[in-house]
Design a protein around this ligand. Structure first.
Ligand code: ATP
Length: 364
């Protein structure tokens, strides 16, 4: 029997509620398969760790998780600790340390979910946003000088490398090629950002030649927001820089019904390091500890983890279970206008998994 070794990092706030729920559904999937199982190791890193140790995770923390098959992450954020410390001290440390350069964010309106767009049928919104996850605006290049003086200066330099742009665009073209419509929109801002984004556009053209079967276009990031709202069906796969995709994917999550549903994968496509799977929502301290957190974003992230592990049949089984649960308004959490608790949704998904036909290991 194959054992997948998973690092579980709940982090802060509702991360401590949704990650245990994610582990529970992974166990249910493992029990159904009979061919593979999961061995979890928990890492209590995050805000509480920071209060005790002055850092979000130990200095050699990456070594503790380096040999895992995957990482299940909750959220990092604490109202009493500056956001740049929680973000850079944990999540970005893992993403950058393990060169998880491709951030993948699928968006669909799941059955039973009422999205905010009046004229958008569920079939009109089926996107995958690919976010450059290792450099660009969040490269961490910059600094501050003259602090506290009237001449204080601060810079955040967006740094793009040819290698970094090439690999994310090639990855995005591959994702587009794997989807039925074979359609890619390259998000840019080369009208105003006239150096790095012009290089980005040039490389998009170069890489596109390797994918003659993919239809692609370019869209300015500001125009893309309007297109997502007004003409969602014209989009399929999108690729954008770190900052642009960060913003577009929150919009996408909202258009699909709730931040609580949206999943993401931080991938090292070359598999040199473990990849990390997490809901896109943050720590949501306002609802923490009340059993209100929607675990669906975490479950969908678990589907992405199963796909990454090659367990395609198990991934489909879990996605079907998730969609059966969202289709029933009695199983909606408060963010979707319902009354169900995190535990009720989790148990319902596990029950659907348990009823599914046995999953076939590694079936494609
Ligand atoms: P952070 O500072 O860690 O990014 P945040 O609380 O500022 O977190 P989010 O957690 O991303 O921001 O979400 C904003 C709001 O959306 C939350 O305050 C919460 O009310 C709601 N929300 C987010 N995720 C969920 C969820 N899984 N279930 C229910 N409501 C959610």
């Amino acid at each position: 029997m194959k054992t997948y070794r998973i690092a579980a990092i709940p982090g802060d706030g509702i991360g401590k509620e949704v990650v245990p729920a994610g582990k529970r559904v992974l166990e249910a999937i493992g029990a159904l398969s009979g061919d593979f199982t999961f061995e979890f190791e928990d890492f209590a890193w995050g805000g509480d760790y920071y209060r005790r140790h002055g850092v979000m995770m130990p200095a050699d923390g990456l070594n503790e998780i380096r040999n895992k098959d995957a990482i299940l992450f909750g959220s990092a954020g604490d109202p009493h600790i500056p956001d740049h410390i929680t973000l850079w001290g944990l999540r970005l440390k893992i993403c950058q340390g393990f060169d998880q350069y491709a951030n993948v964010r699928p968006t669909r309106i799941l059955p039973g979910i009422d999205g905010p767009l009046k004229r958008c049928a569920p079939k009109d919104l089926d996107w995958v946003i690919v976010r450059e996850n290792s450099e660009g605006e969040y490269a961490g290049v910059g600094g501050r000088a003259h602090q506290g003086h009237p001449i204080e200066v601060a810079t955040d330099v967006s740094m793009m490398t040819r290698a970094g742009v090439e690999r994310i665009l090639r990855f995005a073209f591959r994702i587009a090629q794997s989807r039925p419509r074979k359609l890619l929109t390259v998000i840019t801002k080369s009208n105003a950002q006239r150096h790095a984004m012009v290089m980005w556009d040039e490389i998009a053209l170069e890489v596109s030649k390797e994918f003659p079967d993919v239809t692609w276009d370019k869209e300015l990031v500001d125009a893309a927001t309007a297109r997502m709202v007004n003409r969602p069906a014209t989009l399929d796969t999108l690729v954008a820089t770190n900052l642009h995709a960060d913003i577009l994917s929150d919009l996408a999550a909202a258009l699909a019904g709730s931040l609580g549903i949206a999943p993401t994968a931080n991938l090292d496509p070359e598999r040199r390091y473990p990849s990390m799977f997490e809901p896109i929502h943050g720590s949501a301290f306002d609802i923490m500890g009340k059993g209100l957190a929607n675990p669906i974003g975490t479950f969908w992230s678990v589907v992405m983890m199963l796909e990454h592990l090659g367990e395609m049949s198990a991934a489909r089984t879990l996605m079907n279970a998730i969609e059966s649960v969202t289709a029933d308004p009695a199983l909606h959490t408060a963010d979707l206008g319902g009354k169900a608790s995190t535990v009720q949704v989790t148990e319902a998904v596990c029950a659907f998994v348990a009823q599914a036909p046995a999953v076939v290991t590694k079936a494609v």
